[in-house]
Design a protein around this ligand. Sequence first.
Ligand code: SF4
Ligand code: SF4
Ligand code: FES
Length: 261
Amino acid sequence: MTATVEETIVEGEPPLPPVPAEARMVDLKIYRFNPEDPDAAGFETFRVPALETDRLLNLLLYVKGYLDGTFTFRRSCAHGVCGSDAMRINGVNRLACKLLMKDLFPKDPSKILTITVEPIKGLPVEKDLVVDMEPFFDAYRAVKPFLMTSGHEPTKERIQSVTDRARFDDTTKCILCACCTTSCPVYWNEGSYYGPAAIVNAHRFIFDSRDEGAVERLDILNEVDGVWRCRTTFNCTDACPRGIQVTQAIQEVKRALMFSR
Ligand code: SF4
Ligand code: SF4
Ligand code: FES
């Protein structure tokens, strides 16, 4: 089915807003899945207007707001901070709120752009673009992503040098969007692999000079589903919307396992 903005009224949906003169038309080819009718799963195309300054998220909100209120996806902050709108866009994991239309439009303005939008891979789809994130968060929780210390509560701040703080600066930037883990071919084939996001979050504490849980976390990541499953294909690094050197972090954990114990 193709729904277009030429229809001024969509049954059961609010009237369409006026289309700005400078808008260009885009075909959004979106994966639809309804657990109450799984056999009908497949792509549905919506033709929507887009401005150069729009992010893909604006177009998805247009579909939901004006064309089909049953369309389901996650988003919250709309500014690349919460990590909830990870999706597979033209075959690549991205955050819909960080993808500017001006970077996708073809040079020829008469050409209609088609964008394919699917749920991230490797996690069970619940509805349309919404996946069950529990297996992802199970792996995250398994590496104990919190400060572990012994002894009495300190009476003042735990001091850390600038150099020691810099050691794990990159991996503190993770927003748990799952773009990395769900672009990993090993994770697609072996869902029991902890995956790059869990390792990034273990790295953040393993290399924190204030933490005392490194040995415990390294033991966990030394298991059969830990870091040794990584094949160093860099998909995860390419997918990370925060620019984290994910594969490098995994290599550093591997080196810590080999040489620091
Ligand atoms: S580098 Fe390792 S963790 Fe990252 S995508 Fe490749 S196999 Fe997966
Ligand atoms: S490492 Fe990057 S891609 Fe992976 S969950 Fe964190 S922010 Fe997302
Ligand atoms: S909506 Fe929060 S990161 Fe995109």
